[in-house]
Design a protein around this ligand. Structure first.
Ligand code: ADP
Ligand code: ZN
Length: 602
């Protein structure tokens, strides 16, 4: 294809089929086309790829894209080829013959983009070879891998700094969706991007709706949720491998197409399940967090957490896998106090040193704070990343049905008093039994039925007491001592509360969900989707074409394109060209087949 056009907007339309740049994309593209370096900090789904793929086609030479994720590389190269772009990948998973072919193409100037792992790029002689070729730009994807502060530190990324000296005058971009202040500093420093322009956007994912609920009959809640998402692809995260297996098996028995994924499965099964999830529509993947890194399936419509994630960062990253295509998506979590105790135990039994453990405990508590907040979830999440989100978002459960609050000072005093009088040695269950005046064996044996606090909380039910307790833990007034089997102890401010010097405002727990969850959330209604006859017919055609070529369906067309087709029902090629996501190459390749489906449905 070489240089397609010097105008980025023309490239965007004719090659990728997008009518306009999204947000800051245009600024980045123009800056890079003009030869500037850039650091691009966009959340998942904002469209980082366009930031280097379009300049690659506007500038002469081959663009080098460094990426650590082999599976993702394969899909990106496939998608580019479908758009008529000459792209190839070099990594350890590619057969020698194909590598030889790609190298020959590279040397004869027949490549627009070359994807490489950092290991390949740094191999002896490879850089020297590249130096003799015209290079249009160098893009470093997943740039946070350069930072020790992140979870994905890759030592080889550190060496990429030398590209500045080896390729003077070639624009370089670093791109990532993870960027707290430390990581950002590391990217600039280690990749020698001190003079690069920084493009940062809000990390908000407006199309993702957040909901967090108390786990009460977890399977019923999951079933209710999935009933609203029939025919859609989604991920259900569980904490343990066993729970993954059990949940997947149960869903399968319920007639739902669910597949398990965790590190304990043999490689073949695991890869097969991942492949099915990516290549077919409407599969539920039940997984541990081992799944997800490097998956860029754009039409994941929901992410469910059946257990509390490990931190807010992890939660945001995991839920962020939903709705990359910008279409409506849901993040749904269920949790309970037991999760807090279990997570705490995992931290304590881990190999990390005390400082790290302290940080991890603080992270766990911050997450509990989000779960127990009475305010907008999005606001709380973004605040955690240092972003001020103005006002309620209207697209989270807290905004849709605002929580009622009440003065919980007295309830808090009763709990604290029971904890104090029993020597801070007991867990939630026992403390609540004392308050409710339950004469259990444990209560009797310890003589706790003789305490003045015995039975003072009979006015509230068990569920309410648990809610009060979780909120006290979330606010740090009560601390769970994980080294003592989840015993409750006093935290900061507990004494003030007990003495009546500090008020405690608490959220009243909503009535348990029954049937309510079956209603689709109005805010995210879409004009056409699964269940729409034409949409389903288009989707079947897409699957057929994808299978024929052995590629994932979204490589043919994204859901958004199918939705637009179903809504506009174009009758001819010129009508098709106006549909977002249909560039020149796909118009020729797939236009007639989809027109036929539309005509048949008239
Ligand atoms: P990121 O890498 O930031 O997560 P991608 O580059 O994978 O995002 O793009 C996310 C989705 O947005 C893709 O489905 C892509 O086709 C779509 N997209 C990107 N730019 C545009 C645009 N300007 N107009 C419409 N869709 C776009
Ligand atoms: Zn909200």
């Amino acid at each position: 294809m070489t240089v397609v056009a010097s105008d980025p907007a023309v490239v965007l339309k004719t090659v990728f089929g997008h009518a306009a740049f999204r947000g800051e994309q245009e600024d980045v593209v123009r800056h890079v086309v003009a030869g500037g370096d850039a650091v691009v900090l966009f959340p998942t789904g904002k469209g980082k790829s366009v930031c280097y793929q379009v300049p690659a086609l506007c500038r002469p030479g081959v663009a080098i894209v460094v990426s650590p994720l082999i599976a993702l590389m394969r899909d990106q190269v496939e998608a580019l080829k479908q758009a008529g772009v000459r792209a190839a990948a070099l990594n350890s998973a590619i057969a020698p013959e194909e590598i030889a072919r790609s190298r020959a193409d590279l040397l004869s100037g027949k490549l627009d983009l070359l994807y490489v792992t950092p290991e390949r790029l740094m191999m002896d002689g490879f850089l020297t070879m590249l130096e003799r070729l015209p290079v249009s730009l160098i893009a470093i994807d997943e740039a946070h891998c350069v930072s020790q502060w992140g979870h994905d530190f890759r030592p080889e990324y550190r060496k990429l700094g030398m590209l500045a000296e080896r390729f003077p005058g070639v624009p370089r971009l670093a791109l990532t969706a993870t960027a707290d202040a430390d990581t950002r500093r590391d990217i600039v420093d280690k990749l020698h991007l001190q003079t690069a322009r920084i493009f940062a956007t809000s990390f908000d994912r407006p199309n993702i709706s957040y909901a967090i609920a108390l786990r009460e009959g977890g399977r019923r809640q999951l079933r209710g949720f999935l009933d609203r998402h029939k025919g859609e692809s989604g991920i259900v995260y569980c904490l343990s491998r066993r729970k993954v297996d059990e949940t997947a098996a149960w869903l399968a028995m319920e007639g739902i197409r669910a597949l398990p994924y965790h590190a304990g499965l043999d490689r073949e099964t695991r890869d097969g399940n991942q492949d099915t999830f990516i290549r077919e529509d409407g599969v539920v993947l039940v997984a541990t967090v081992a799944f997800g890194m490097g998956i860029d399936k754009p039409d994941i419509r929901y992410v469910v957490h059946l257990d509390l994630p490990s931190s807010i960062e992890a939660y945001y990253q995991e839920t962020g896998r939903a709705g990359r295509d910008g279409g409506p998506a849901e993040a749904f979590m269920t949790y309970g106090m037991a999760d807090v105790v279990q997570r705490g135990r995992m931290i304590d039994e881990g190999a990390a040193d005390d400082t790290v453990k302290r940080v991890e405990r603080a992270k766990l508590n911050a997450l509990l704070g989000i779960c127990e907040t009475t305010g907008c979830r999005r606001q709380a999440l973004l605040a955690h990343f240092g972003e001020i989100y103005p006002g309620p978002c209207g697209n989270c459960d807290a905004c849709r049905s605002p929580a009622e609050t009440f003065d919980g000072s007295q309830a808090a005093q009763k709990i604290l008093s029971a904890i104090y009088r029993t020597g801070s040695r007991y867990g939630a269950g026992h403390i609540i039994d004392i308050l409710r005046g339950e004469r259990t064996e444990k209560v009797g044996n310890a003589g706790h039925d003789r305490l003045p606090t015995f039975g003072v909380g009979a006015d509230l039910d068990d569920r309410t007491w648990r809610s009060v307790l979780r909120q006290l833990v979330a606010s740090g007034i009560v601390v769970v001592d994980h080294t003592a089997f989840g015993a409750l102890t006093f935290g900061e401010g507990a004494r003030e509360v007990l003495r009546g010097q500090r008020k405690v405002e608490l959220r009243r727990e909503a009535a348990p969900e029954r049937g309510r969850s079956r209603r689709r959330m109005e805010a995210t209604a879409v004009p056409s989707g699964p269940g729409d006859e034409l949409f389903d017919a288009l989707r079947a055609e897409r699957l057929r074409l994808a299978r024929e070529q052995g590629v994932p369906p979204y490589v043919v067309f994204h859901d958004a394109t199918l939705r637009a087709l179903a809504a506009a029902k174009p009758r001819d090629i010129s009508g098709l060209a106006d549909i977002p996501g249909i560039g020149r190459s796909k118009l020729e390749r797939y236009g007639p087949a989809f027109l036929k489906v539309i005509a048949a449905a008239q």
